[in-house]
Design a protein around this ligand. Structure first.
Ligand code: URA
Length: 234
C-alpha cells in the first residue's frame, strides 16, 4: 500500500495531511526517513511518525439500517444527519455506495477501501435487493416482465433483473448495476412511481431484524462472504 494511504488507514491523518508529514521528513521506515508518499509499504516496514510506530487500523465492516432522512455521504453540505454518525467507532468509516436520503435499509460502512470498491463497482455485479412500495397498484405482470427483461432509461438500457410481487403495491427487485436512483427510475418507467424504498439485501448479506437507526459489526465470516461475492479469493 502507498505510504500516504497506509498512514491514513492507520488513522494517523487524512491522506493529504499524511503527505505533508512525509514531505516534512517526519515519517520513517525501519528508522530511515522516507520522502516518497507513493512508496509501497506494509506492516513489515516498521513505519513510524516522529519516532512513534504506527499500526494499520483494523479493518471493520458495519451493517446499518439507515432511516429515511439520513444521508449516506460521509458529510452533508445541507447539515442533514449522516449515516456515519449512527456508528460510534474510532475507525475512519465511509459508506459503501449510496442510498437516497429518503430511502431506508441496509447500508454498509467500512474503512476497507478495497472491499468498498469491489462491492460498488458494476464490474463485480454484486446484487442488491430492494422492496419498493409503489403507486398505481395493482402492479401488472407486464410491468414485472419489463423490470425483469430490462428497459431503457435516459442513461441507457438496464440489465436483466429479478422482480416479484410481495403485495399488489409491493415490488421486490434485485439489480446489480447501482446506477443513480435506478430502482425509482425503473419503477416509474413501468408506470409505478416509488412511494417508499428499502434495501433488504446486499450481496449475501440480509438486513434481517436490524432495527431502523441501528448497526452491527459484521463477523469475519460475513466479511469473507461479502468479499467472495465480489469474486475475490481471500
Ligand atoms: N435505487 C434508488 O432509486 N434509490 C436508492 O436509494 C437506491 C437504489
Amino acid at each position: 500500500m502507498r505510504l500516504a494511504k497506509y498512514l491514513a488507514h492507520a488513522g494517523v491523518a487524512s491522506r493529504r495531511a499524511a503527505e505533508r508529514l512525509i514531505a516534512a521528513g517526519r515519517v520513517t521506515a525501519g528508522g530511515v526517513v522516507v520522502d516518497d508518499p507513493a512508496r509501497d509499504v506494509g506492516v513489515e516496514d516498521e513505519i513510524a511518525v516522529d519516532g512513534r510506530p504506527v499500526a494499520p487500523e483494523a479493518r471493520v465492516v458495519y451493517a446499518v439500517n439507515k432511516p429515511p432522512g439520513v444521508v449516506s455521504t460521509a458529510q452533508d453540505t445541507h447539515g442533514r444527519p449522516t449515516v456515519t454518525t449512527l456508528v460510534p467507532s474510532q475507525a475512519r468509516l465511509y459508506p459503501v455506495g449510496r442510498l437516497d436520503a429518503d430511502s431506508s435499509g441496509l447500508i454498509l460502512l467500512t474503512n476497507d477501501g478495497e472491499l468498498a470498491y469491489r462491492l460498488t463497482h458494476p464490474r463485480f455485479e454484486v446484487p442488491r435487493t430492494y422492496i419498493a412500495r409503489v403507486d398505481g397498484a395493482p402492479v401488472t405482470a407486464a410491468a414485472l416482465r419489463a423490470l425483469r427483461d430490462g428497459l431503457t432509461l435516459n442513461d441507457g438500457p438496464t440489465a436483466p433483473a429479478q422482480a416479484g410481487l410481495l403485495a399488489p403495491d409491493l415490488i421486490e427487485l434485485t439489480i446489480h448495476e447501482g446506477r443513480k436512483r435506478q430502482v425509482k427510475r425503473m419503477c416509474a418507467a413501468v408506470g409505478h412511481p416509488v412511494i417508499a424504498l428499502r434495501r433488504v439485501r446486499f450481496g449475501p448479506l440480509e438486513l434481517g431484524a436490524l432495527a431502523e437507526g441501528c448497526h452491527r459489526r459484521l463477523t469475519g465470516i460475513e466479511v469473507d462472504r461479502l468479499r467472495a461475492a465480489t469474486g475475490a479469493e481471500d
